[in-house]
Design a protein around this ligand. Sequence first.
Ligand SMILES: [Zn+2]
Ligand SMILES: [Zn+2]
Length: 386
Amino acid sequence: MSPSMKETSFETTMENKVEFVNGINGQDDFDPSAAPPFRIADIRAAIPKHCWVKNPWRSMSYVFRDVIVVFALLAAAAYFDSWFVWPVYWVAQGTMFWALFVLGHDCGHGSFSDAPILNNVVGHILHSAILVPYHGWRISHKTHHQNHGNVEKDESWVPMPEKVYKSLGIRTRLLRFAIPFPLFAYPMYLWYRSPGKTGSHFNPNSSLFSPQDREHVLTSQACWIAMVVFLVYSSFVFGSAITFKLYGVPYLIFVVWLDVVTYLHHHGYEQKLPWYRGKEWSYLRGGLTTVDRDYGVFNNIQHDIGTHVIHHLFPQIPHYHLVEATKAAKPVIGQYYREPRKSGPIPTHLIKILVSSLKEDHYVSNNGDIVFYQTDPNMFSVRKTE
Ligand SMILES: [Zn+2]
Ligand SMILES: [Zn+2]
């Protein structure tokens, strides 16, 4: 069915709201790649007005909360300096680094406050502290939002066309698909981008950025270098072992959180979801293929990052309104919203989803405007096929 026909059927169905609400015409054989019978304006209209209001005091209160916890954990770990405490500290502090990242993500979207200076200052402090180049990542993340679901233009965990996939050596395939390597992809992504793409977040002349971004990218790079210098200095003053235990391991745990969460928001739904090219892609269709997740007790700690669908479509909504905004939008989105599987306190159910998606979702067809992930059964015997 063409998008225009779908739109017509939406008009007709809207006259009979009972039939439409909470599902696409009650169809069971739902096709997630069909053009949605609603517009983005319909979703926007369903979200209460107060959800769009940014409260800088409230945003800052989360920063204070997280920073206090980070320093309290740091002090406790340094005080006890015991192998009984270190593993607990690493998981807790790595999770807190990830929470700081999410607040910096709000700053990057301008959902932290309406004051760009406040957003940029807080964003630089939070992201530099965890070795993220604030503006560089902010800009590439914006590209991700604006092009999500587009095989050619999306950023970060983009599906590779078959010909790109087939050209990869065994080393890149291992790094991209064999656990544990993809769990530590983020620093590599910052430096080298994704397989099949060129550019670096640390190069102001990179194809990731436009010429007017250069100054911003350089500013963030200076902050990033300052943090590296501080860590090197700490290693000399306090010792490299303690610096690694206090900062290095939590940094690695943070990277795992980031990679797992960002991957699962775009992969691993039980029904295969479409990726688009050319005219079939639209901001709405691409955005609707993102997936919400329930992270159990971590939902609150990581600022409800699991409410990804509405965040993707409307990144200007502050994180503390996303749960409510999602609830309000669901009746409009109907079956295009995929209710996340309920988690226990610890979201262990996601491990299986992650592992099987990495085993199955390897590449998409070189052609076609609506494509789905395909599996290479001989992924690691690349030499035989080349
Ligand atoms: Zn996303
Ligand atoms: Zn975002």
